[in-house]
Design a protein around this ligand. Structure first.
Ligand code: HEC
Length: 117
C-alpha cells in the first residue's frame, strides 16, 4: 500500500516537472526572428520608397506637391496609395510612367505590412 502511494507521488512530481519545462520563455531564437522581421520590413519600406520617389514623386513634385512621398509620411498615406494604385488604378497618372510587375509586387508587399486592411 505504501509502495503504491510512493509511486503515485513520484508520477505526480514527474508530471508537474514535464508540464513546467514545456512552458518555455521566449528564447534567443524568437528574439532573433523578431529582429529579422523588422529588418526585412525596413528594407521593404526602403524599396517601396524608392518606387514612390522614382515613379510618383517625379510628377507629384510639380503637379501635386502636397502629395510628395517621404519615409516619414508614406505609412500615413498607405491607404491612399493602395486606393489610387491598386483599387482604382488611377496612379501613376498618364501613360508615360509605368510600374514594372516587380515594382507592383514590392509596393503591394509593403502595403500589406501596413495596417490598412
Ligand atoms: C504624371 C503625373 C503623376 C504620376 C506619375 C503619379 N501621380 Fe499621383 N497624382 C497626380 C496628380 C495630378 C494628382 C492630383 C489628383 C488628380 O489629378 O488625379 C495625383 C494624386 C495622387 C494621390 C491623391 C489622391 C487623393 O485622393 O487625394 C495619390 C495617393 C497619388 N496621386 C498616388 C500616386 C502614386 C502612389 C504614384 C506612383 C505609383 C503616383 N501617384 C504617380 C499625378 C501623378
Amino acid at each position: 500500500m505504501k509502495a503504491r502511494l510512493n509511486t503515485i507521488v513520484w508520477l505526480g512530481a514527474i508530471t508537474v516537472l514535464i508540464l513546467f519545462s514545456s512552458f518555455d520563455t521566449p528564447g534567443e531564437a524568437t528574439k532573433q526572428n523578431q529582429m529579422k522581421i523588422s529588418v526585412a520590413d525596413n528594407t521593404l519600406k526602403k524599396q517601396a520608397l524608392k518606387i514612390l520617389e522614382t515613379k510618383c514623386n517625379v510628377c507629384h513634385r510639380k503637379q501635386n506637391p502636397l502629395m510628395v512621398f517621404k519615409e516619414k509620411n508614406m505609412s500615413k498615406r498607405a491607404k491612399k496609395i493602395y486606393k489610387m494604385v491598386f483599387k482604382e488604378r488611377k496612379m501613376p497618372k498618364g501613360n508615360d510612367i509605368r510600374l514594372t510587375n516587380e515594382e507592383y509586387i514590392t509596393l503591394e508587399k509593403w502595403l500589406f505590412t501596413q495596417e490598412i486592411f
